[in-house]
Design a protein around this ligand. Sequence first.
Ligand code: HEC
Length: 481
Amino acid sequence: MKYSNLLDRSLAVPFAIVASASVVACTSTGPQSPEQGAAAAEVSYTNDIRPIVSNYCATCHHGDDPDGDFVLDTYEDVRGMVESGELLARINDERDPMPPAGMMSQRQRDLFRAWQDGGYLNVGDPAFAPEHEPFEPPLITPVDVTKHGFDLLERLQGHWVGKMNLMGQDMPWFAWDYRAIAPSHVHAIFEGGTLGNLFTSFFVADLRGTRTIMARNGGLLNGIYRTSYFVLDRVQKNGKSTEYRLVDAYGGEGIMWMNLAFTGESLVFTSHTSRLGLAGPPKRHMRFEGRRMHPELARSAAKAVGFPALDAAYDFADGLPLPDWGAGVPVTSYSYIWEDKDLSVLSLAKLCGDPIRIDQMPYLATLRVEFERGARLRDMPMEIYLSRSPLTAADGKFLMRHGYPSTATFDGVLMFSRLTACETEMTFTYLHPGTYYVTAVCDKNGDGYPSAGDLSHKSVKIEVLPRSAGEVRLPAVDVQN
Ligand code: HEC
């Protein structure tokens, strides 16, 4: 499915991993439960609200002499009633519900709330689709890294541990593990689990004759594949910190941009997005603030791949291919997008014309982790941790202090994925080769962290080789903490 059909989806990668601690039933729901669907900010008038209104309300609130003296015929009608608070009040009023015959299902009622929370999306409805102005890309002058700015790649290396704010949501602990994967290419991924992943890699490229640094940022979220390409257009000193800004390599700063500010051993990494120009000027999407830890991980990767060198990892002499977003949609960004829940990452990359595909990324590996869920754990959220040291003692219990793993132990976590759809396996893609300890945790108390009350097993040590497709089968998750 092309972008034109995805216009009313949130392209903003909402990883609500911490908030999605609800327990779902495996038997009654598919990989995406209705509750999760309703919670996602992608509820639109056309796809979700209008069908309910037609089925449950239109018989009475329609025509010349409507019940209650109002109609629910158009987007504006329905939105007005939700905004006034009356609609939500009445559909949730057990004693005097709308429709009068009886309350609708929880899911149907939640959809109205989610539609409100998501900002009353109506794009996707041909009647309300915004007029598409032709887009004239701005002139972008990439930084010539043969003169300055190349040190961004060196500075970026490290296991950055800190806190994250993603779309207004705070995550008190987050980490990016940036390591070299080629002489002029540094990469990190957040493998989120059920919802999807988010990666960013930075590399030297020849872009229309300038040797510069570009970034490839994207992920696979709820079956939507997206990668966007950025280019370094500014390096500046700001007191003690050095800031590097990368803008959309086609649409420039008016579409989206990211900024990395390094001060000593700390990094503030922000990004601003605009739903590809549909939602006004870019607004803050992410702010990560961390400090560099465990530099030996990046150091050994650099040694293994011959990093750093000023060679171009990719050559885009004529720019990147312009993505095809479908008929009538003006392209505003080097963003390659496709949706199909049943296709592999590689097929999706090919369909949307992504100029760099996962199989063309150097050095990285995949790792499939399998585990068993007994009947007791079938519906429970699970977390999979990859860490540089074991999270548990030999008896399978967490190395804890005051009910949580000690800071020193937890700061060694390199990947943290949350599985809420009753999976019994997951595959880590774009994974740095190296030594990991793998720990599956049944998050019984639902706080999103390994802690007292949760179930675990003895952390399993594995060696991930470059370009390998590894597999590990974990022992039963049955040690009570
Ligand atoms: C069988 C006819 C019927 C159906 C179906 C129906 N309504 Fe109503 N509705 C009425 C009548 C009659 C009134 C006015 C009396 C009242 O408020 O109970 C009303 C009143 C309301 C009000 C209160 C308006 C006010 O000014 O206080 C809201 C809000 C409302 N309906 C929303 C809905 C929604 C949303 C649906 C569909 C989910 C729906 N109704 C389906 C008959 C219906």
